[in-house]
Design a protein around this ligand. Structure first.
Ligand code: PEP
Length: 261
């Protein structure tokens, strides 16, 4: 994390009813109310977004969705548009999560269309990339991730690229308890930054690149010591408001300094 403001985003995946989400919000806001040094995002299921809009309104916590359609509106049964997300005060949207790619066949080309749409309406896309274990063992992880990033972002202007967040999430580390070592995370985040530099020049220095994959309260501080790791996308460990709050306090550089972490 060089001079970029860190970002910690929780991805609730397909968890939490409306009641559970609003209870969470009340407790979580209390946990993180003194955090000043980083941006906090909760990416909730679609049904929880509207109630969370009301709960989070006066707080420092930003609201995000986990997916959206590339189309504006129309006969797209089951889809949610960028405009609908704006309507419930979302400011971020996760795009191309590996679960969407692997289980629902989402392609880099679709992610590119979604990223363009998100940026056109003023949503910040959190564009995910990451290799599976086979690809890593074949020594092709960097090539795979750089290809994903290039295809997902092709054709975007430097101005638009300056508004995105990239999340590197090795599939073998998601929900498995296996975190990439902070050195592995740094190596890949640096290679993503090199790819971004190829697309947008020096402005790539400003783009937050997050790591995701079994991040917890006890490994976040070490990950953030790496120069190109600017935060985390957190799945399982974001589901409990108290322990996610602790993770965030451990990531908050001021708190970390005070506590000597
Ligand atoms: C994720 O779903 O984006 C994720 C990183 O999950 P977990 O933290 O549970 O590995």
């Amino acid at each position: 994390m060089a001079n970029r403001r860190p970002v910690i985003a929780g991805n609730w995946k397909m968890f939490k009813t409306v009641n559970e989400a609003t209870d969470y919000a009340v407790r979580f806001i209390e946990e993180v109310k003194d955090v000043t040094e980083l941006d906090i995002i909760l990416c909730a299921p679609f049904t929880a977004l509207y109630p969370l809009k009301n709960e989070l309104e006066e707080s420092i916590v930003h609201l995000g969705a986990q997916n959206m359609a590339w189309a504006d509106q129309g006969a797209f049964t089951g889809e949610i548009s960028a405009q609908m997300l704006l309507d419930v005060a979302c400011t971020y949207v996760i795009l191309g999560h590996s679960e969407r790619r692997e289980m629902f066949g989402e392609t880099d080309e679709e992610i590119n269309k979604k990223a363009r749409k998100a940026l056109a309406v003023g949503l910040t896309p959190i564009v995910c990339c990451g290799e599976n274990l086979n690809v890593r063992e074949e020594g092709k992880a960097v090539e795979r991730v750089q290809g994903q990033v290039t295809r997902a972002l092709v054709g975007l202007s430097v101005e638009d690229l300056s508004k995105i967040i990239v999340a590197y999430e090795p599939i073998w580390a998601i929900g498995t308890g296996k975190t990439a070592s902070s050195k592995d995370a740094q190596e890949m985040c640096a290679s993503i930054r090199a790819t971004l530099t190829g697309l947008m020049g020096l402005a790539a220095e400003k783009v937050p690149i997050l790591y995701g994959g079994s991040v917890k309260a006890d490994n976040i501080a070490e990950l953030l010591t790496e120069p190109d790791v600017d935060g985390a996308l957190v799945g399982g460990a974001s589901l409990d408001p108290i322990s996610f709050g602790k993770l965030i306090l451990n990531a908050n550089p001021l708190v970390a300094r005070v506590e000597g972490i």
